[in-house]
Design a protein around this ligand. Structure first.
Ligand SMILES: Cc1cc2nc3c(=O)[nH]c(=O)nc-3n(C[C@H](O)[C@H](O)[C@H](O)COP(=O)(O)OP(=O)(O)OC[C@H]3O[C@@H](n4cnc5c(N)ncnc54)[C@H](O)[C@@H]3O)c2cc1C
Ligand SMILES: *[C@@H]1O[C@H](CO)[C@@H](O)[C@H](O)[C@H]1NC(C)=O
Ligand SMILES: *[C@@H]1O[C@H](CO)[C@@H](O)[C@H](O)[C@H]1NC(C)=O
Ligand SMILES: *[C@@H]1O[C@H](CO)[C@@H](O)[C@H](O)[C@H]1NC(C)=O
Ligand SMILES: *[C@@H]1O[C@H](CO)[C@@H](O)[C@H](O)[C@H]1NC(C)=O
Ligand SMILES: *[C@@H]1O[C@H](CO)[C@@H](O)[C@H](O)[C@H]1NC(C)=O
Ligand SMILES: *[C@@H]1O[C@H](CO)[C@@H](O)[C@H](O)[C@H]1NC(C)=O
Length: 621
């Protein structure tokens, strides 16, 4: 698994395998154990019980008498198994057994034809069950950009902020701890009383504090928004320092309501329509070769399968580019060319550094010294403190382009991006409407970047200090598609990383900047030595080769494949997230985001779940 720093992964896997216990056979509440318990029809069927899907189902059943069925491909993990594998941050990689396995991206030209494992949660909770817990909003400029591109006053920072706050129950640190961290936040932008707990873990490695101070030495301001340096709020329950996620926050309260059902372990294979293109229900099965069943939806089907699977399900249900569907003998329900295009993820480049650590400051000590590990695990279990309260380092930094480049670099990167034919980097078979939408998007994105309204890169520190350079606003666009009508075939995932040269320029200059962070006085006592790419690698082309040979195309943050906006600009859903060309179908998940959002998607995706539920319920905050 290449998701996090490889040494830490090896460590966490070795630890996690010691504590995995068998799944209990009995589920509480209204979780269906077999198909026989299903009602013949529901008002709403939600496809995918992940981060956003459970928000939608939770809010509808809370606020109305309407019946909701959630169908989730992965298992419901409860009880001791949940505690062992999902809830403890220090056992993070045990959660990775609940990923979709075997989906590899197409050879990526921008990364020397390498492929990446496509990372998605497959469990009740989806990505919220397996992710790194970092909970960040993006800048106001970013949400305003969504609104500009969507052409709707239903979106934008002012309109979306109440929905960003609604999921959250932020637990502020004590004044002493706030002071000690140097944490900044603005309570007027934080949710309190919502279903998802966020807080700052009680522990940080001294090197993480030094990293935060090093950013200060670089002149990076502390921020309570998203451009600058900050302590990243973590989705943790502050009383026992366990993962707070959509299964606990939204599913559990819903599971005692008579109008809520959840069917885990079943995959939706197709959305069904009548001759008027109105949704009638969905087909599902527990596996290939197993019997396929149908459940009816009286009002709507909500697709919340995430940005990799939602476009796949649409295509295989007959919604997509007509020509494409016909080539696969899929009967066309609606010719919506944008399905699967506009695909984005956050790319990441990792250095290799060596540092000098005191014994217990070295995260590897947990791996090599069983006595020490046992002590730290006891500290976590008995006192909810210590290094096992962490997944990754939580000192964060997100910067606009101007902040990490000098004037001449900044000017030349923007000038060449603006001088580039905007469609030069797109695949030749891209539909005309998608092309038109992308041209508009690229112009608006570059304008926001030039105005320093949005951050374009994050500089995240891992537990051992090493910063990752993360491209958060790529101009490159990939796609997700299918090459068969079979629901059991994996989707085709092509990241097309760095196909737009702007992206590589951001990353190589980000690398230069990250090196400078590690040369500041707060880092000196740790004796940083660059092993890869190596301090002698400084020119653009050598840095680019280092990136092509090692960078990852994905941070597990897929976006944009059913973007909201105008049909003639390649959108798939309108501003109320309704799929064009049919009736009774919405997409409510990270697919609808027009432009990648960072440092992480989680806070935004929960907000989309709340916004989508409010559209369905006819509410408006
Ligand atoms: C390893 C990892 C680490 C991450 N770390 C962070 C982080 O620290 N901070 C952050 O902000 N973000 C992080 N993310 C990203 C974040 O978790 C996702 O952006 C978020 O979960 C997306 O929510 P979603 O509702 O769009 O999709 P998901 O949460 O992926 O939910 C989709 C659900 O649909 C199910 N599904 C798919 N197809 C079908 C089908 N045919 N039938 C039934 N069910 C189906 C899936 O099994 C899944 O449970 C991480 C992601 C991963 C994978
Ligand atoms: C990647 O694959 C393409 C097409 O097969 C080939 O032309 C190109 O040379 C390859 N690039 C590298 C770096 O191997
Ligand atoms: C938030 O940031 C603004 C602008 O940087 C600043 O004026 C304000 O004092 C900050 N608020 C808090 C609570 O830190
Ligand atoms: C391992 O950890 C224990 C407990 O912290 C410590 O006493 C011991 O010295 C460590 N062993 C080594 C070899 O460092
Ligand atoms: C236990 O936790 C408290 C705060 O909750 C902390 O002050 C104390 O230092 C911790 N004990 C140990 C042994 O770390
Ligand atoms: C700006 O930065 C680039 C890349 O680091 C460097 O090559 C160049 O010399 C710098 N220019 C000035 C004027 O400092
Ligand atoms: C621990 O490491 C820091 C940073 O390297 C150093 O300044 C400090 O003196 C060390 N402390 C001890 C007790 O060795």
């Amino acid at each position: 698994m290449r998701f996090i720093n490889s040494t830490y992964v090896a460590l966490a896997i070795s630890l996690a395998t010691q504590s995995v216990v068998a799944l209990p056979g009995i589920f509480p509440g209204k979780v269906l154990q077999s198909r026989d318990e299903l009602l013949p029809e529901y008002d709403y069927v939600v496809v995918g019980g992940g981060m956003a899907g459970l928000v939608v189902a939770g809010r509808i059943t809370e606020k109305s008498q309407k019946t909701v069925l959630v169908i989730e491909a992965g298992p419901l993990v409860d009880g001791p198994a949940e505690y062992a594998t999902l809830l403890q941050p220090g056992q993070w990689t045990a959660a990775f057994q609940y990923l979709w396995f075997g989906i590899n991206s197409e050879p990526n030209k921008g990364l020397n034809n390498r492929t990446d494992a496509v990372l998605n949660g497959k469990v009740v909770g989806g990505g919220s069950a397996v992710n790194g817990l970092n909970y960040n909003k993006d800048s106001a400029g970013q949400y305003d950009l969504w609104a500009t591109l969507t052409g709707s006053s239903k979106w934008g920072w002012d309109k979306f902020l109440p929905y960003l706050k609604k999921p959250e129950d932020f637990h502020p640190p004590t004044p002493e701890y706030k002071e000690e961290l140097g944490a900044t936040y603005d309570l007027s932008e934080k949710g309190q009383g919502g279903p998802i707990d966020t807080t700052y873990p009680p522990f940080r490695y001294p090197q993480t504090q030094a990293y935060f101070e090093a950013l200060g030495a670089m002149g990076v301001p502390k921020t309570n928004g998203s451009i600058g340096r900050f302590w990243i709020p973590t989705a943790l329950n502050p009383t026992d320092m366990t993962r707070s996620y959509s299964k606990i926050g939204y599913h559990e309260p819903a599971s005692s309501r008579p109008n809520y059902h959840l069917l885990p372990g079943n995959q939706v294979t197709k959305i069904l329509f009548d001759s008027n293109k109105r949704v009638t229900g969905v087909q599902y099965a527990s596996g290939p070769g197993e019997t396929t069943y149908t459940v009816k939806a009286k009002k709507e089907v909500v697709l919340s399968a995430g940005a990799v699977f939602s476009p796949k399900i649409l295509l295989q249900s007959g919604i997509g580019e007509k020509k494409k569907l016909q080539s696969l003998n899929i009967p066309v329900v609606a010719d919506i060319p944008g399905v699967g295009w506009n695909f984005q993820d956050h790319t990441r480049f990792d250095f290799k550094f060596s540092f000098t650590f005191n014994r217990t400051n070295d995260p590897l000590e947990l791996q090599r010294n069983q006595t020490y590990y046992n002590e730290m695990q006891a500290l976590y279990l008995n006192n909810q403190t210590g290094p096992l309260t962490l997944t990754v380092g939580n000192a964060g930094c997100a910067l606009d382009l101007k902040s990490f480049t000098n004037t001449s670099t900044y000017t030349s990167i923007l000038a060449s991006a603006l001088a580039t034919n905007p469609i030069a980097a797109l695949p030749s078979n891209i539909p005309a409407t998608v092309k038109a939408g992308y041209i508009k998007q690229r112009i608006a994105l570059l304008a926001s970047i030039k105005a320093s309204k949005i951050p374009v890169a994050s500089f995240l520190s891992f537990l051992d200090f090493t910063p990752a350079v993360v491209l958060t606003k790529p101009l490159s666009r990939g796609f997700v598609t299918v090459n068969s009508a079979s629901p059991w075939d994996f989707p085709i995932v092509d990241y097309r990383t760095h196909s737009d040269p702007f992206d590589m320029a951001v990353v190589t200059n980000g690398i230069r900047y990250a090196r400078r962070i590690l040369q500041t006085p707060p880092v000196v006592p740790y004796n940083p030595q660059e092993i890869f790419p190596g301090a002698e690698v400084t020119d653009d082309s050598s840095l680019a080769e280092a990136v092509r040979s090692t960078a990852l195309a994905t941070f597990g943050h897929p976006f944009g494949t059913c973007k909201m906006g105008k049909l003639q600009e390649g959108a798939v859903v309108d501003a109320e997230l309704k799929v064009y060309g049919v009736k009774g179908l919405r997409v409510i998940d990270a697919s609808i985001i027009p432009v990648a959002t960072g440092p992480g998607p989680m806070a935004s995706v929960y907000g989309i779940g709340e916004r989508g539920a409010a559209f369905i319920l006819g509410e408006d905050l």
